[in-house]
Design a protein around this ligand. Structure first.
Ligand SMILES: Nc1nc2c(c(=O)[nH]1)N[C@H]1C(S)=C(S)[C@@H](COP(=O)(O)OP(=O)(O)OC[C@H]3O[C@@H](n4cnc5c(N)ncnc54)[C@H](O)[C@@H]3O)O[C@H]1N2
Ligand code: MOO
Length: 406
């Protein structure tokens, strides 16, 4: 009897229970930190803004000095970077620019469009409310607060936030070095002519692109001929130089590929049948200190398993906090064919219409049809035991993450 298929959640928990975040960290300059994973909490050493300042070009004044019809006396000016020194005298006001420190004693700024200036006398055409146009110290960040947590992957706004706190260097986890190998006698490199029965090695380019999006350092070990000595040499190089090795093809039962036997000889690898479509044959294990992921050869199966099974483990290895999985309810406009038995990660395109999410299939869902991924912006998730879904039915979709979409 066939072994039952391993549920996706079990495959993930088995892998995640074995890996630990790498303890290797490094210090990087802020402008090189985009996409890196923090290796420590960032605590604000001071408040931002660091002082009460004006949100407008105008006049800073003491609210209680305003009496209807009476003018205030212009006493000086405050520019960004050039504060007004001393305390605002009773009945006075200070010409102030956006970003300048609010003079001592002032509590309100009136924008210049509302000011009627006659020499040193300043009146206003409308009464302000106390505190208008004053940006308070610490309204963005409070001194001592944890602004970003360890395990956070830095996004552009984080880089700006860290700059506003004067953080020039950051402690981050080292990038993972991930080796990629393709094998298969039928494969050729893009740019070369094809003979009958041959095709281009698209998986390696796809896998490298996805790993680059992940933020790994990719070690491309190329297209290796289906020859045991050459495959073994390539795997040995990966083990010596990389933290992780990703291969594609040679994972299913009838494979004429040598990769599987060599891997079994060199390390401790589990060859699994995961209840995922596409991507059933999948291998995971360790070769020395190098983690190994064997993706199926069919291009869509390679992409989906890299995204859904490998990416969470790569995140755990880099110390990145796991993102919460989110599924959205949508209505399918197409009938979706499915056999019970595996969780389907069908490829679809979703959009919003009259306040509802709609999704359509991107066509042929065979695991060799890579255009179904290229034209998609989401997965349509169909549960393990579900059968086909009729057009008009509700389904769960998961928008592509950064490995597959912008
Ligand atoms: N008797 C069975 N046959 C198959 C099973 C099964 O359970 N029993 N599973 C099927 C499933 S599901 C998948 S997925 C594939 C996986 O096969 P392999 O991982 O062994 O890969 P190959 O057979 O070597 O290749 C499959 C397919 O992918 C193409 N390929 C391989 N490498 C590349 C590359 N670098 N770039 C582009 N395309 C590539 C290859 O030419 C084949 O067409 O097995 C099913 N069979
Ligand atoms: O696991 Mo597959 O279904 O041919 O990709």
């Amino acid at each position: 009897m066939n072994n039952p298929l391993l549920p996706v959640t079990d495959a993930l928990s088995q892998m995640l229970s074995r890996v630990e975040p790498s303890s290797q960290t490094e210090s990087v300059a802020l402008d090189k930190a985009l996409g890196r994973v923090l290796a420590g909490d960032v605590v604000a050493g001071f408040s931002v803004p660091g002082f009460d300042n004006s949100a407008m070009d105008g006049y800073a004044l003491r609210f209680t000095d305003l009496t209807e019809g009476a003018a205030l006396t212009l006493c000086g000016e405050a520019l960004a970077g050039h504060p007004y020194s001393g305390e605002l005298p009773q009945g006075g006001c200070v010409r102030i620019m956006t970003g300048a420190v609010i003079p001592q004693g002032a509590d309100t700024v009136v924008m210049q469009e509302l000011a009627l200036v006659d020499g040193n006398n300043v009146r206003f055409s409308a009464a302000p409310r106390q505190g208008d146009n004053v940006r308070l110290k610490g309204e963005d960040i409070q001194e001592g607060s944890t602004i970003l947590k360890t395990g956070h992957r830095l996004q552009p706004a984080d880089i700006g936030l860290l700059a506003s706190l004067g953080q020039g260097q950051l402690k981050v986890h080292k990038r993972l070095k991930v080796a990629v190998i393709s094998t298969g006698d039928e494969l050729r490199l893009p740019g070369q002519p094809l003979a009958e029965g041959q095709l281009y090695d698209s998986n390696r380019f796809l896998i490298k692109a996805m790993l680059e999006r992940f933020g790994a350092d990719v070690l491309d070990l190329g297209l290796v001929a289906d020859n045991p000595l050459q495959i073994e040499a390539a795997i040995k190089r990966a083990v010596a130089e990389a933290d992780v090795l990703v291969t594609s093809a040679g994972m299913s039962v009838g494979s004429a590929d040598h990769t599987r036997q060599i891997l079994e000889k060199m390390g401790e690898i589990g060859f699994w049948k995961v209840a995922i479509k596409p991507g059933k044959p999948f291998a995971f294990g360790k070769l020395g200190d190098c983690w190994f992921f064997g993706l199926p050869g069919n291009p869509v199966a390679a992409a989906v398993t890299l995204d859904q099974l490998v990416q969470p483990v790569l995140k755990a290895l880099t110390g990145e906090l796991a993102a919460e999985a989110h599924g959205w309810q949508a209505t399918t406009v197409d009938k979706l064919k499915k056999q019970p038995g595996r969780t389907d990660y069908q490829r679809g395109f979703f959009w919003q219409e009259d306040g509802r999410l709609m999704v359509r299939s991107t066509g042929n869902q065979n695991s060799g049809v890579l255009s179904s991924v290229a034209y998609a912006n989401c997965y349509i998730l169909l549960g393990k035991d579900a059968g086909s879904v009729e057009a008009g039915a509700g389904v769960v979709i998961a928008p592509f993450g950064s490995m597959l979409a912008s």
